[in-house]
Design a protein around this ligand. Sequence first.
Ligand code: GDP
Length: 443
Amino acid sequence: MAFENLSERLQKALKNLTGKGKISEADINDASREIRLALLEADVNFKVVKDFIKKIKKEALGKEVQDSLNPGQQIIKIVDDELTKMMGEEAVSLNKSPHIPTIIMMVGLQGTGKTTTVGKLANYLMKNEKARPLLIAGDIYRPAAIEQLKQIGQQLDVPVYSEDNQDVAEIVKHGLEEADKNKNDYVLIDTAGRLEIDEQLMDELKRVTEVAHPDNTLLVVDAMTGQAATQVAEGFNNDLDLTGIVLTKLDGDTRGGAALSIRAVTGLPIIFTGQGEKLTDLSTFHPDRMASRILGMGDMLTLIEKAQQDYDAKEAEKMAEKMRENTFDFNDFIDQMEQVQKMGPLDQIIKMIPGLGNNPALKNIQIPEKQIDHIKAIVYSMTPEERENPDILNPSRRRRIAAGSGRSIAEVNRMIKQFKQSKEMMQKMTKGDMGELANLPGM
Ligand code: GDP
């Protein structure tokens, strides 16, 4: 998980403070030292760490904190606030052009995830703004990049403009004319990257900028490169007017140095993060939520936002209707499971829930994903008639289904029982009769 190491260390450093009635200056010094080491080990920029610790100490030693009833929690709050500030405080959105199209140019070193991010962002804009984007394939030196973008376009049913031309600025110019003709509201430009910044690359990107006048020039950086990402950002920002950062591969970044330093060092906001290879693995960046997540306070808002974005409201209403009419069958069951799966790996979702995120018992949780596959295998071994009428599943049918799906009879029985139970429970809920559920916390 992202920030796992940092998260563990910071929580350990702060744990000693919670529950203490009174906190001494020595306690604060001890905690500060631990926090400092944790941040440096996470590859956060040295100067950023120094400023951070100075602020924490100053605030923690303040009279209000010392005299408060629960100084330990107050200090955690201070660390939470300062972490949030370090990452930019407020979430920053894309710049919108007053007239269509809004142009987004994606730049960055090779392999950081530019092409993938163009696809993710197109998908995001379509889902959230019902946008009609056009993608321009401007990475002409890597033939595979053009093919990759075309495939993404096909997957999303989005047009991709490309041409056999060595002059990228010209391709972009023609692509923009195409977008004008088609009245696309967004244009996303993929550009070439290099292994490192060089003059030729920058010249090319500057020429593209002059032609495209992008409303957003987003630098894609790989979170796993830690502090090196901040240097790359400074390099690009010297030559191009960057408007923001997309931090990719956060799923593989256990340290967190790039996310924590890049804003403080370059002044550029992180606008999106990528946490996987799929086109849905893109999230808006909220410094406050990220800080809470690092400190193990979960990230409910991101979870809710993700659920809203990926969950099809119409589909959900259709399901509720079926519940009310008691026609919910195994076909719907599978549909629903697929909706949940669209939200991403369940282990990642679980980790965003406060209190569960760092639960050691859940550290290696793998079950749900596999279980869903098993359930699907069982349902797919049913005849259409059985799927529509779960009541006809007698023992001999169950035996056949078990053999067909390669699961045990016990598992088939358990699954059918669970299906019936959840159906009953959901029926109660959709009828407004919450029954025992009404007593659960949060309901
Ligand atoms: P480009 O050279 O900058 O266009 O990079 P690509 O878009 O081709 O991405 C390089 C590799 O990184 C591909 O294998 C992508 O699937 C992968 N990648 C991109 N974004 C992410 C991410 O957020 N997480 C992970 N794990 N992989 C990613």
